[in-house]
Ligand binder design. Structure first.
Ligand code: IVH
Length: 672
């Protein structure tokens, strides 16, 4: 105990010193994440040992300390997400799972609520006063929006009534009324300019206004749907009871709640509001069903994404009927033909939609589409536009059926389909102008040969004017030729030529990726480069050899083999090898099994001096590492640069080995 008290005092002294440098002298001597890290450590200790909490602790001044513009703050309890279902089946599975766990209980109650389509926030009340508010962020760290939240009229700064806990977390949804959204869209031209397409987006934008006065003008609302206590409060038995108590303390809750004990009752609640949802003045996108008993909630716990005691039973997004104008068959870089339907624009969940992909031939056949059909559109998974059906009785009698083409709409060569007719491709490659443009753009793109300055517009014109016929021609372009291109003056043409010359020096993995072989992305490019070491070895590889490479399956091996079996491709690649300066795979990557990085789960964070993050990722991949974007318990190493953020703190929390940029270079240069 003495040790803990000593630790707490030490932390407080440190933090107060840093506060003094920051606030009084205006000369911060540690970075923000480091400061937050210390403050969070202190919080953790104080949470576990409340007997040591004193009123002069820096944690008690949280509101003022962290009020800086959108500083990141760590949530006391992770802000998880919800498991989703769109159908009764999914809901019943959830209910059965819970009932199975508490098989001896005669009744399990569920609290049903509306799922408000807004922005999740966490509010911290200390001794009944609102001291801190944060967005959800990544669930562990959110942005400090205290100032903005304080402008929302329905959120009390001071709770009323008695028995208010010393510290309390209130969670809920900030949203805007639909009527206010429409009115604002009419009167505030800045809102229109920013294209806030729905009340949710505008609520999010308003909360993150640096000038809180703007937030104040935007008339935001709040409904509470969750809470966390910092000490056990035995007199609350259920979620519902707590919400009612919160209401009595002055926190707004939505009145539409119902306690149900089985899926039929839940379904009734779901259906009732599915019908009514459009009549509400705020958006709801489903209902949330929660185990009502706090004791059972605790027993069920959470996984790392969502609590096991709650589920969102969502409404499918709205459907709209509109008129189909045209179907264009677009040719992708690898020749895959994708039908895209163009229709009269419609708003769905606040987003203006005017086209939808149809994926493949089967889908066109299934829908039996005709020109000028009236079609039903929805946003699948609430995001991607999809045609779900045709209104048959609105079809004109002489309407023409839409067929999948037999010939490529761009180069007219015969299209080929695989066995299941799922993917239809034009195999003409560079002979097809559509593919040619995309292949050229891909070849010089950032992660391939990286010739910035040579963008799609210039490439397109060079093709149209027949100045370049193949990839080789780019390397012989002259200033004179480039001057004919729109918006390319003398200065720009010099820049383009320079950029192309510079791009000649590349690595083998980039080169393989740049070729744009069907299904060969950057990682496969790296694997091939590690394995073959020279491009000639790769060109001459047999199917069996390709298949034997770790991480390369039959289909990919086939694609690579087929690509190099085509005479024109071999000739092109050989010419490119002559022109380019391709750096063969480095010794490190050949022997990557020997490095301390091989097979390790690595996360990188911050800004690096020697390399960009992308370059660093490539080096790590080359050394056989697995790169993850998020820190988890599985992470084995964190490499950090300057200006680190939440990943750094997360790694500290999990006690993960961390090395800085210098240590990393030392490690890779002295490893084998
Ligand atoms: S309970 C662990 N209840 O929906 C999260 N969430 O899609 C427990 N939401 O992040 C949340 N209405 O922001 C809960 N009545 C309600 C809700 C609700 C809206 C939001 C919430 C959550 C998101 C998940």
């Amino acid at each position: 105990m003495k040790k803990i008290k000593y630790q707490i005092n030490k932390l407080r002294q440190k933090i107060l010193k840093y506060d003094y440098f920051y606030h009084t002298l205006d000369q911060p001597i540690i970075s923000d994440p480091e400061y937050d890290y210390l403050l969070n450590q202190l919080y953790d200790l104080e949470l576990k040992h409340k007997e040591f909490v004193t009123s002069d602790s820096p944690t008690q001044k949280i509101g003022s300390n962290l009020l800086n513009k959108f500083k990141k703050i760590r949530h006391f309890f992770p802000m998880l997400s919800l498991e989703n279902t769109f159908d009764l089946n999914g809901y019943v599975k959830f209910e059965n799972r819970i009932k199975k766990k508490f098989i001896n209980e005669s009744v399990i109650d569920f609290c049903c609520e509306l799922k408000i389509d807004g922005i999740a926030v966490s509010l911290i009340y200390e001794l009944g006063t609102l001291v801190r508010a944060a967005t959800r962020g990544d669930g562990y760290f959110g942005e400090n929006i205290t100032k903005n939240i304080k402008t929302i009229k329905s959120i009390p700064i001071q709770l009323k009534g008695c028995n208010i806990p010393k510290r309390l977390e209130v969670r809920g949804e900030v949203f805007m009324l639909k009527s206010d959204f429409l009115q604002l869209n009419n009167i505030d031209s800045t809102v229109k300019k920013k294209h806030f397409s729905n009340p949710r987006n505008i609520a999010a934008g308003s909360l993150r206004q640096i000038d809180a006065q703007i937030t104040a003008k935007r008339k935001l609302m709040f409904f509470c749907h969750g809470f966390n206590f910092f000490e056990e409060i035995i007199y609350f038995k259920t979620h519902y009871e707590v919400l009612i108590q919160l209401k009595n303390w002055g926190i707004p809750i939505n009145k539409e709640m119902l306690i149900c004990s089985n899926y039929l009752e839940v379904l009734n609640f779901y259906k009732k509001f599915e019908k009514n949802r459009l009549s509400f003045d705020f958006d709801i996108d489903g209902i949330v069903v929660k185990v009502n008993s706090l004791y059972f909630q605790k027993k069920l716990g959470s996984n790392n994404k969502s609590p096991r005691w709650a589920i969102a039973f969502k409404y499918s997004s709205k459907e709209e009927v509109t008129k189909l104008n045209d179907i264009k068959f677009e040719v992708g870089r690898t020749g895959v033909i994708t039908p895209v339907a163009y229709f009269n624009p419609v708003y769905i969940s606040g987003v203006l939609i005017k086209k939808a992909s149809l994926y493949n031939k089967n889908e066109i056949n299934k829908l039996n589409l005709h020109f000028n059909d009236y079609i039903i559109i929805k946003r699948s998974g609430d995001v991607i536009p999809k045609i779900i059906n045709v209104v048959k009785n609105k079809r004109l009698t002489n309407a023409k059926k839409i067929f999948f083409p037999i010939y490529c709409p761009v180069c007219n060569s015969k299209l080929m389909s695989n066995k299941e007719e799922k993917i239809i491709r034009c195999l003409s490659g560079l002979i097809c102008d559509a593919q040619k443009k995309k292949i050229f753009c891909h070849f010089f793109s950032k992660n391939a040969l990286d010739a910035n300055g040579l963008g799609p517009k210039v490439i397109n014109e060079l093709i149209q004017k027949k100045i370049v016929l193949n990839l080789i021609d780019f390397f012989y372009l002259t200033e004179e030729q480039l001057k004919d291109i729109e918006n390319v003056g003398k200065k720009k043409s010099i820049k383009i030529i320079k950029t192309i010359v510079k791009s000649k020096k590349t690595t083998m993995s980039r080169f393989i990726y740049a070729l744009g072989i069907f299904s060969v992305g950057e990682i496969i490019g790296q694997k091939l480069s590690n394995y073959f070491n020279t491009c000639n070895n790769l060109i001459n590889a047999s199917k069996q050899e390709l298949e034997s490479i770790d991480g390369i399956g039959k289909v990919v091996a086939n694609n690579i083999f087929n690509y190099f079996s085509i005479f024109e491709n071999r000739r092109l690649v050989k010419r490119l090898i002559e022109i380019l300066n391709i750096i063969p795979c480095s010794k490190h990557s050949i022997n990557n099994k020997m490095t301390r990085i091989f097979n390790k789960d690595i996360v990188i964070t911050g800004v690096f001096k020697e390399y960009s993050r992308n370059e660093l990722k490539k080096i790590l991949l080359k050394l056989g590492a697995r790169i993850n974007n998020r820190v988890s318990q599985k992470t084995e190493l964190l490499i950090y640069g300057e200006k680190v953020g939440s990943k750094f703190l997360e790694a500290k929390k999990f006690n993960i080995k961390m090395i800085n940029e210098k240590e990393f270079y030392f490690l890779i240069n002295n490893t084998n």
